[in-house]
Write a new protein. Structure first.
Length: 115
């Protein structure tokens, strides 16, 4: 019961911090031109590029955080097969999410570059 409260508290803090960082990135992206894209900030492609870059940062950070949480759950499982399976699933799904986010970012960058 105590471990569940710790995990829920950690996730809540991570979401709060991620939300603050995400809001800050969106505000900064609205003010500045995207770095390294060469697209003007007033164009639709430039705006889409900024939004995708911001979302990729947020999803990547959240995935890495969930991998760490899954590792902590695995270490603290104490050999309980249910907890070990839950920790492994957390790590696997986090890695899958990280890969999907990376592939989405690459695809959008390729399409934006082709435009």
């Amino acid at each position: 019961m105590k471990n569940k409260k710790i995990v829920i508290g950690t996730i809540a803090i991570a979401i709060l911090i991620g939300g603050i960082l995400f809001t800050q990135d969106v505000c900064l992206a609205a003010i500045t031109a995207p770095s390294g894209t060469g697209l003007p900030s007033g164009t639709i492609a430039g705006s889409i590029s900024k939004i995708i870059a911001t979302l990729a940062k947020f999803i990547g950070g959240l995935s890495v955080l969930m991998i760490v949480i899954g590792g902590i759950m695995y270490i603290s499982s104490g050999g309980d097969s249910g907890k070990v399976d839950m920790a492994k699933n957390t790590i696997i799904y986090s890695v899958i999410g990280l890969i999907v986010a990376l592939l989405a970012w690459i695809i959008v960058k390729s399409v934006i570059g082709a435009i």
